[in-house]
Ligand binder design. Sequence first.
Ligand code: 6R9
Length: 643
Amino acid sequence: MSDVFPVSEQWAETSRCDKAKYRAMYERSVKDPDGFWAEMAERLDWMRKPTRIKNTSFEGDVRIRWYEDGELNVCYNCVDRHLEKRGDQVAIIWEADDPNIDRKITYRELHEKVCKLANVLKAQGVKKGDRVTIYLPMIPEAAYAMLACARIGAIHSVVFGGFSPDSLADRINDAQSKLVITCDGGVRGGRAVPLKENADKALEKCPADVKILMFRHTGLDVPMKKGRDIDAGPLMKEASADCPPERMNAEDPLFILYTSGSTGKPKGVLHTSGGYLVYAALTHEYVFDYKDGDIYWCTADVGWVTGHSYILYGPLANGATTLMFEGIPTYPSITRFWDVIDKHKVTIFYTAPTAIRSLMQKGDEPVKKSSRKSLRLLGSVGEPINPEVWKWYHRVVGDSRCPIVDTWWQTETGGILISALPGAIDLKPGSATLPFFGVQPALVDNDGKILEGPAEGNLVMVDSWPGQMRTVYGDHERFVQTYFSTFKGYYFTGDGARRDEDGYYWITGRVDDVINVSGHRLGTAEVESALVAHPAVAEAAVVGYPHDIKGQGIFCYVTLQADIEPSEDLRKELVAWVRKEIGPIASPDVIQWAPGLPKTRSGKIMRRILRKIAANEFDNLGDTSTLADPAVVDELIENRKSL
Ligand code: 6R9
């Protein structure tokens, strides 16, 4: 039996959804999706109200359309429509890396900045449907840039600042962006991040007509290339603050966000306007029980989907006050999160297990130095949260007073699919609990057979929800192949899960070749291609292994070219090489020299065995009879033991 933390009486009474309401709304959402989602769409301001609500199929060519005859502007819904009632309310609290610097941006100021930037983009020739790459740190300009794109109908593609020039170039090229918005440099944990320099390097691999629009942030002296690089400052000063929002169809693209999969290069996940915003806003309101007066803080980066849906679009569509944090949890000290919570009187705090684990390691004392009295709700996202970590988060950070919503979702899903609602669903540490309105999860075995009752299997979705991705940018066939071909007629998440006797879902992690390092998704294939691109490397196989803080670490088996001797220097060089190729988030944790890799007779690497060895589980390797050369396994085990 697992622990249960029942909904408190106070939460049942005061939150926007109790048990009965959840059950009724959920029922209706799956029995009458058209009626339910038509009603939910009323939370937005439409230029033309949708009459066709759901038009989706997971069969054949896969078609996902929501609100397809509706028209709206996402930026208008996140900014303009709040001006009358809450023009002077703070929309964004910006907390800098430096604890002495912060800024509050009201909806009125946000409107002005976004309109100006939208006009700057227009003056650069950016039109509806054009792609704009955004490579910015966590500064308000990132929000302005995303919203400005949405305002004029340009499709943004945000690239996380921790990606290398090569990764940035791949993403610019795949999206065929003609403009990159960046700044001179970023700063995280007191350390400089050379964004403009990275963008310069990336552009060496891009078509000559790609331009850079650069904001000044750290004041770093950076070279500006004539005819290519544009200083945003003076243009923003001169630009008009009047820019009518573009009329967009609900199914016009809003953004592309690249994410890692099992195979090949990262995919451009495409989200559209109407369904995405309805879903992001509705989940934000119900899962976080958001109410006027809350100060809401999601610690993600806007370079990830969590930042898109739950720092920016969901909260702003709800007229919320959202906190944007430039720094890291451990700078200038390990009390930074709690200091920020006290400083800005944060009421809702949403972070990742990896951050909680690293702070938990330092004990209760640093947390107890802060008040955290303002907090009323905690959230978790990005990877499974271990029950002990959940309990620590609950007891120490939340003073046993705040419910925790463990929210399971993906870049592809646009918003939260499985999560508790704090006034409606009893909590079990380690379980994401139950599906959100309209979401129909199921478990299937490896043959695609639906499993009933308590079971463990592959997590799929039976039907569509409005926030679902529509396609892989420029490659619909890859979309169909990746998500709908493994189990016919279902959306396959790539995750495994267990369902208990109460119907609660327990996510067990990825069942494909995606690893989750500190909540960041990486394809093992990406790290492998980076390694084999090094002249000393003949072959490489990469797997995830259990890591106390990061959840999973990156374990690389490397076979060197025949004439190359392994050495400590070479090991360091390969780590640096992968960081340069992909970015610091892909730093290998372990490199083990492998004279050979375990392969089947048809030449397939048996990753199952490599995962076991990396995890130090040598007894239970499973069937090794199909191996071409079983002796390599013994050798790998010996090498692992001596690491
Ligand atoms: C939002 C986000 C998606 C993958 C997903 C799963 C893991 C996310 C989780 C979780 C267990 C949770 N994941 N939330 N696993 N419990 N609450 O993280 O998107 O970067 O696309 O990653 O992350 O494995 O498939 P993304």
